[in-house]
Structures are given as structure tokens and as C-alpha cells.
Design a protein. Structure first.
Lengths: 275, 259, 341
């Protein structure tokens, strides 16, 4: 440790000042707009926001999809992660690489593929018509399902990676011990795997949940204006109606959700360590 | 063993789900037909060639490259001193500084873009391009700090003291002793920042306009106009680009150590 | 070794924030001496060493080296060398470049640098190791590179932080001999810091025993070993029976004993090593609580009117069984007289 703390401060200041001015200040002002109406501080704008049925629908839909994506990714995540950790090391490394690969590709590209697959002339529909399951193409795009699938594909790798990490840190003999004592797989999962990998589940869950809440491209491309989520609503309100008050409110909601999730994560992580 | 079979089936299905779309994009990109479809009607490189001809793609590609390279460099110029200070000194307001510098990760990008548009670009008449540059730098800063910090934490500070006692100044010590030993960390930070910036969408949404668009935004815009496979070709090319960069990084740097 | 003071620490007070680590320390070291700063962790020895190097600025006091006041001279301009406990070699440089580092900073001509580095490496027996990197060396080899790196700078004082602690017994002996040889050949003034009394006794010309930021005793190894001046030092060098004295009696919370008539001790305490306690005859009686064979000797734990006493007899002497009563004495003429308790 070096003694001269002022020296250290001087080194750190440019970055801190930059971040504060360029980032904190504008964002702070933006958020404060939600609390002002006609020159005074009030929560009226918030009340007004939630009076609109569309806004409420969008709000709940965002939360709902976030929760469903998280839950489904947890289930699939566990199965996948468990399968991966039981493989020998070289195969494991390769598979982790394959799981990570999508993360490096632009979300635009990843989401775009679904148009090809789910569109009216897309792969799925062509197959369905060809198999004779339906006479006309089914509308998959611009539905909540499409957004759900898109989000799931986007964030599933994050959950899988978190769970792999958690499973690798689990004592190796815990599962065989439980099996020998007579537990079936469901019991093994609930009583052994789940408690021991709680931390990884929380980390993965937070990443997936906040990611889904604050996603833009996927809801924009796959949901369009028929299935609005909070971020796409925000964009629409600003570009179409110049409605910055709503934008500020939505921004605040998104930030509170994001921030709370991060806080929850920190809290749970340190609670675990105390034991 | 059935559980082994179950494992394989699960893995296969999940991998198809995760990677299938990528395969489809590549196939669509090589399509010989006129519209976006899968399976492709015939194979051809014409859409891949078309990508290079579209004027706006070239322009937005250049902009995205510029932002990725120089934004990351700027983030490193700001971030390396912070990481060093946090690692080697007991900073006054240490926690606060750490939080401020990491904040951009927590705030959704779209909010940053909007805030900058409203309070920097419009009132102060700062150009959209400049605002984009600032925004990208701010967004990459937390990643730069985090990765370089990991590197610094692994480097003992007593070699710096040894250099000082042998007659070196603090500044010279930083360049002769510290930097050479955190090289791979800085490179890893650069790659991470580059990829993050290049793929970034939300922040660039509001800070775009005719002639000033990052590549992902341009792709979205193009998709709204036409349905031809050149977007697929572009997406495929970009995907290959990202993957190769990260693959090479892992090969030569052991990238995953830092992230 | 001249008699003049070469390195002088005067009323030196060192602190970390509000905690005082070293309190008004005074120490004079002669040119060419080998000094050991000896004490338990937290006693201030490492802090003092860092102050001499300039890595720590004193809160008050002065440091004078070779006639010049260096108290406020920055660490990179003092002519002081430091061999770190962790060796602190530069991982990205070869052995040659590590040793040459300081010389290059001085912008000396290449020929001279090469010559001095060669000489340095030869002095520590690593002539063939030029192009190795630190990671390829053993601990002992790394230490020698660190030593060469400091020595080629021809420092006025060479400081060493726990030079022998990380080494196994055989290497320790080798390194000790090495350090003595280097010091003899180069004549450099050396100060080393250690918590191990055996290292200090073996190497040093003078030992400075420290406790909680203050010097307890300065003396030659024989002085410190045989004539500790305080309870702390006596305990540190192995006097296991240390008792306060009042009015010609040894007084502890368990009881008291008359000292033998002739000696009237005018000091607050007396200390005996286990082998100074006479067992088998004496004016007092105690009970043997435990006996342990230790190769060349036998160690005993006695319960006496004063409380527990540790004694040691030659292995060939008659054995006293645990549980038996035995006569013993604490002859005051054999004791170390403590000036402070």
C-alpha cells in the first residue's frame, strides 16, 4: 500500500469525474423529471402513468415475461448444466465454449434469426404446412410467445454458465451419497442440489431477470408495437409523442428493478458467506 | 444408462436451440433466392457480396469500428489509473468512486442514450457523434476497470517498491514494471470492451440519425425496409468476426481468466 | 569497522495513520557493522527498516547517513538497498536484466553495466543464470539474485527483511554463510530484520531487541544471550524461569522464597535458564509434574512454592519420576539480573 492517498485520489479522479458528469448527472436529471409536473415536485405523473391501461399492461407483461423466462431458464439451465458437469474435462470445456459462443454474437443477429424461423414464410410455418398440420401459416411473430423465445435464447447461456459454476463447487459426493441413501432424482434435486447451488441460481436468475426487463432489440424485432415491453414503450413514447415524462417514469421503473435485483444479489451472496 | 442418454438428449436439444439460429442465418445468407427463407433456395454468395456494396453498411461499419476501438482506448486511459489507484492505495471515498465508475453497467443503456440526447446533445449542441463516443466510453469503463483490477490484484506491489529503491521514479516504475506485467489483462479488457461496444444497441438508439448510425442500428433500420437476405449475410459476417476475435483471445491469452 | 556513527536514527517516531508503530527510537550504527533488529511481529522492526529505505516517512525524528540528513530524501534517491522477504524480482525480466535494472537507471555505459552485473552474479554464485526468468529459479536462487541486484548498486546500507525465514534448515545454513561472506568481502553495512533469535545470534555483530515500538536492549550476541536486561528479552532468549524480587525474596503470586543469604540483589527481577536450576539438592522442595526425554537432556516441569519451574538435567543424570518430591535450588549467582521487569 502506498502512503500518499492524495496521489491515489488524483489518479482516480478523472474517471470518476467523467462518469459523474457524462453519466450520473444527465441520468439523474432525466429521472427527476418523472417527479415534476408543472414546476413542482409531485408523484402525480406516476399516478397518471399507471392510469393508462396500456401502460399497466406493458408493465405487468414485462414483469411477467421476465419471471417466466427466468423460471424456464432455471429449469433448462439446471438440466443442461448438470449434464455438462458430468462430462469429462475436455468435452466439458468444448461444450462450455459452445454455450458461451452465442453471447459473443450481436443480439441483433441472434434475434433476427427468429424472423427467418418464425415468419409467415419461415421455417416453422413451412414445415407445418408441408406436414399438413394447418392450411394457412400460423402467426408466431409479434406475439408474447415469440418475445419469450427470443429472450430465452438470449439469456439461457448466462443461466447455464452460472449454474455450471455453482455445480462445480458442490461437493462431489453429495449426490451419490443421497442416491445411496435411497433418494429418487426429484428428491436429490430438491434436497441436495438446490440448497447447495442456491448462490449460482441467484446470480444467474438476477442476470436473466434484469436482462429480460431491460432488453430492447428482442421485444422490438419480435414483438413490434403489438407486444410492447417497457423499453420499447419508452422508445415509442419518445420518438412518436415526445413524451419525456413517461420516458422518465419508465426509466425510473427500470432502474429501480435493476438496482433492486443487484442489491438482492449482493445481500444473498454475503449472507451465504457469513455461514 | 438412461440418465446418460437423457443428458445427451438434453444437451443436443439445448445446443440446437442456442446455436440453431446461427446456423440458419448462415444458411439464409448463402441463399440463392430473393427472399429470406430457410431452407435456402440454392446456394450463392451474392448476398454476402451485396453487404459490401450497401453504402450505409459501409458507413455504419466504419462508425462502429471507430467507436469500438477509440471508445475502448478512452475507457482504458481513464480506467487503468482508477484500477491502479484502487488496488494500490487506500482511497478516500474509495467505495463511492468504485460505485460511480461501475454505475454504467447497472443503468439500462437506453436510459443513458436518452439522457445524453436530452441534456447534452440538444441543449449544449454537442454533436450526436461526440455524444455517441462519450456514451460508449462511459459504458465500457466499468468493464475496463474490472478486468484491469483483476490483473493488478494478482501483481504484488513489492516489486514496485523494489524498483523505487533501486532508483526508479513512481511514474517510470509504472511504465517499466507494472504495465509489462499486466499486458494481457489490458489486452483482455480491450477485447471485451471492443466486442461490447460493437454489439451495443440501446445506447445508440437515441443517439443516431441519418448518416450517424452504428452498425446494429443500421441493420435494424434496414430490416424494416426490406426483407432481403443481405441482413442475414451481415449478421453472419459479424457473428464470425466476434467469434474469431474471442476464440483467438482465448487461445493466446487465456481470456477467460480475466472475465 | 570504524568507530564513527555511519547510520543514525534519532528520536524517530513512525506511525500508520493514528497508530504509533515506533516511538522515539534512537540507534547508532557503525560503518561495516552487521546489525540485527530482533523481535516478535508488531514490534516495529520492519517499520523501522522501511523508514530507513524511505518507503515510510517518519512522523518525527531524523535519519542521518554518512553525514547527510536523509530524513526527507525520497526512497529512489537514497543509497540504500533492500532485499525483500518475497525477493520481489521483476517477473518479466531475465536474471541479468533484474540485476542490471538499477544500473540502467543511472545511465551507466553498457560496458560498465555488463561488468558490474557479471561481478555481482559471480559473487552470489549465479554466473550461468543470465537468461533465466525468475519463475524458473528456486527460492534460494531467487534470493541470491535479489541480493546481487542490491549489491551491484554499492549501497551505503543494505537492509534484509527476514532473509532466512523462508528457507529450509540446510539452505538456511548455506545462506547464512553466504551472507557473512558477502558482508566480509564487500564491507557493506548490513541491517537485517528477524523474529528468530538463532539467526540474530549467529549472524549479527550487535543485536537490537525491540518490543512494541521501543528498543528493549542493544548488545553483542553474548550480551543479549547471557545478560538480558529485561523480562521481555530474557523470555525471548529462552530464560524460562523469570521471577520478581522484593527485599531479598523471590515473590510471585503463588508464594515466596528466600534468596541465599550472601547475595542481596538490588534488582527487580532474576531469571534462570532451565539448565541453571539445580535439581536433586537444594534448600527447597518441589513436586515433579512431568518429565520429557529430549535426546541429550531431560526436561522437567516442577511445581514449587513459586509456581511452575522448568528445569533441565543431562540425560545421563538420575531420573526424577513424575509425582515424586525433589529438592531444588535457584542459585542467585547463576541468575541473570534483570534491570527491568
Amino acid at each position: 500500500m502506498f502512503q500518499n492517498r492524495m496521489e491515489g485520489l488524483a489518479l482516480a479522479l478523472p474517471a470518476a469525474v467523467f462518469a459523474a458528469i457524462v453519466f450520473l448527472v444527465p441520468v439523474g436529471i432525466l429521472l427527476s423529471e418523472g417527479f415534476r409536473a408543472e414546476g413542482s415536485w409531485t408523484l402525480a405523473s406516476y399516478a397518471g402513468f399507471f392510469e393508462s391501461e396500456l401502460n399497466r399492461t406493458v408493465f405487468w407483461r414485462t414483469l411477467k415475461l421476465g419471471a417466466i423466462v427466468t423460471a424456464v431458464s432455471a429449469v433448462i439451465g439446471y438440466a443442461t448444466a448438470y449434464s455438462i458437469v458430468t462430462l469429462p474435462p475436455t468435452a466439458r470445456g468444448r461444450l462450455i465454449g459452445l454455450v458461451v459462443m452465442p453471447l459473443m454474437i450481436s443480439p441483433v443477429a441472434r434475434t433476427y434469426a427468429w424472423i427467418v424461423i418464425l415468419g409467415r414464410t419461415g421455417f416453422v410455418n413451412e414445415t407445418i404446412v408441408w406436414l399438413g398440420l394447418s392450411d394457412t401459416p400460423i402467426r408466431f411473430l409479434f406475439t408474447e410467445t415469440a418475445v419469450f423465445i427470443g429472450l430465452l435464447q438470449l439469456f439461457l447461456p448466462l443461466m447455464i454458465l452460472s449454474l455450471i459454476s455453482a455445480l462445480e463447487n458442490m461437493p462431489r459426493d453429495a449426490v451419490p451419497a443421497a442416491r445411496v441413501l435411497g433418494a429418487n432424482w426429484l428428491q436429490v434435486f430438491v434436497k441436495v442440489i438446490l440448497p447447495l447451488t442456491k448462490e449460482g441460481l441467484v446470480i444467474g436468475g438476477t442476470l436473466v431477470f434484469t436482462g429480460s426487463l431491460t432488453a430492447y432489440i428482442t421485444p422490438a424485432i419480435l414483438g413490434g408495437s403489438k407486444v410492447l415491453m417497457l423499453e420499447t414503450l419508452l422508445y415509442q413514447r419518445v420518438t412518436v409523442a415526445n413524451d419525456f415524462a413517461s420516458a422518465s417514469i419508465i426509466a425510473m421503473i427500470l432502474m429501480v428493478m435493476s438496482f433492486s435485483a443487484n442489491l438482492l444479489l449482493k445481500r444473498l451472496a454475503t449472507a451465504r458467506n457469513k455461514r | 444408462m438412461t440418465s446418460r442418454l437423457l443428458s445427451y438428449v438434453t444437451l443436443t436439444l439445448v445446443l440446437i436451440f442456442l446455436l440453431g439460429p446461427f446456423v440458419i442465418i448462415v444458411a439464409a445468407a448463402l441463399s440463392g433466392g430473393e427472399t429470406l427463407a430457410f431452407p435456402p433456395q440454392g446456394l450463392s454468395f451474392k448476398w454476402v457480396m451485396k453487404v459490401f456494396e450497401v453504402e450505409s453498411f459501409r458507413a455504419s461499419f466504419a462508425l462502429s469500428m471507430f467507436l469500438a476501438i477509440f471508445g475502448t482506448l478512452a475507457a482504458l486511459v481513464l480506467g487503468v489509473p482508477v484500477a491502479y489507484a484502487a488496488s494500490r492505495y487506500r482511497l478516500p471515498f474509495g467505495e463511492t468512486i468504485r460505485t460511480i465508475v461501475s454505475a454504467p453497467i447497472i443503468v439500462p443503456g437506453i436510459i443513458v442514450g436518452l439522457a445524453l440526447l436530452r441534456y447534452l446533445v440538444i441543449p449544449l449542441d454537442v454533436g450526436v457523434g461526440v455524444a455517441l463516443f462519450i456514451a460508449h466510453t462511459a459504458l465500457i469503463l466499468p468493464y475496463a476497470v474490472r478486468v484491469v483490477s483483476a490483473s493488478l490484484d494478482n501483481l504484488r506491489s513489492d516489486i514496485e517498491e523494489a524498483a523505487v529503491i533501486l532508483g526508479s521514479t513512481r511514474v517510470a516504475t509504472f511504465f517499466r514494471i507494472v504495465l509489462p506485467n499486466i499486458q494481457s489483462g489490458i489486452l483482455a479488457a480491450f477485447i471485451l470492451g471492443f466486442v461490447t461496444s460493437f454489439n451495443q444497441v440501446p445506447v445508440s438508439l437515441f443517439l443516431s440519425g441519418p448518416g450517424v448510425r452504428t452498425l446494429p442500428i443500421d441493420m435494424i433500420w434496414y430490416m424494416e425496409i426490406t426483407y432481403d437476405p443481405s441482413v442475414a449475410a451481415l449478421a453472419a459476417l459479424l457473428a464470425f468476426l466476434s467469434i474469431s476475435i474471442v476464440f483467438l483471445a482465448e487461445r493466446f491469452l487465456g481470456f477467460s481468466r480475466y472475465v | 569497522m570504524s568507530d564513527e556513527t555511519y547510520l543514525d536514527l534519532s528520536d524517530l517516531t513512525l506511525a500508520y495513520g493514528k497508530t504509533v508503530a515506533v516511538d522515539r527510537l534512537n540507534l547508532s550504527i557503525r560503518k561495516g557493522e552487521l546489525i540485527a533488529l530482533l523481535g516478535p511481529s508488531g514490534c516495529g522492526k520492519t517499520t523501522t527498516m522501511r523508514a530507513i529505505t524511505g518507503l515510510l516517512r517518519p512522523a518525527s525524528g531524523t535519519i542521518t547517513l554518512d553525514g547527510a540528513d536523509i530524513t526527507h530524501v525520497p526512497a529512489n534517491r537514497r543509497h540504500v538497498g533492500l532485499v525483500f522477504q518475497s525477493y520481489a524480482l521483476f517477473p518479466h525480466l531475465t536474471v541479468f536484466e533484474n540485476v542490471a535494472f538499477g544500473l540502467r537507471l543511472k545511465k551507466l555505459p553498457t560496458a560498465e553495466i555488463n561488468q558490474r552485473v557479471e561481478a555481482g552474479l559471480a559473487m552470489v554464485g549465479l554466473s550461468k543464470f543470465h537468461s533465466r526468468k525468475p519463475a524458473e529459479l528456486s527460492g534460494g536462487q531467487q534470493q541470491r539474485v535479489a541480493l546481487a541486484r542490491s549489491l551491484v548498486m554499492q549501497p551505503k546500507v543494505l537492509l534484509l527483511d527476514e532473509p532466512l525465514s523462508n528457507l529450509d534448515a540446510r539452505l538456511r545454513l548455506e545462506m547464512r554463510t553466504e551472507l557473512q561472506r558477502v558482508q566480509r568481502e564487500s564491507g557493506v553495512t548490513m541491517v537485517f530484520v528477524t523474529h528468530d533469535q538463532n539467526e540474530a545470534l549467529a549472524l549479527a555483530d550487535r543485536i537490537v531487541v525491540m518490543k512494541e515500538g521501543v528498543i528493549e536492549q542493544i548488545g553483542s550476541p553474548e550480551d543479549v544471550y547471557n545478560r538480558p536486561q529485561s523480562r521481555f528479552v530474557a523470555d525471548f532468549v529462552g530464560f524460562e524461569n523469570i521471577f520478581p524480587v522484593e527485599n531479598g525474596q523471590i515473590v510471585t503470586e503463588n508464594g515466596r522464597l528466600e534468596l541465599s543469604g550472601a547475595a542481596s540483589v538490588n534488582a527487580p527481577g532474576l531469571a534462570w535458564r532451565p539448565n541453571m536450576v539445580s535439581l536433586g539438592n537444594g534448600r527447597f522442595e518441589g513436586e515433579v509434574l512431568g518429565a520429557a526425554f529430549a535426546g541429550g537432556s531431560r526436561e522437567y516441569l516442577l511445581m514449587s512454592p513459586l509456581g511452575p519451574i522448568k528445569a533441565e538435567m543431562d540425560a545421563a543424570a538420575p531420573v526424577f519420576e513424575p509425582g515424586s518430591k525433589v529438592a531444588f535450588d535457584l542459585p542467585p549467582e547463576r541468575a541473570a539480573v534483570l534491570e527491568r521487569m
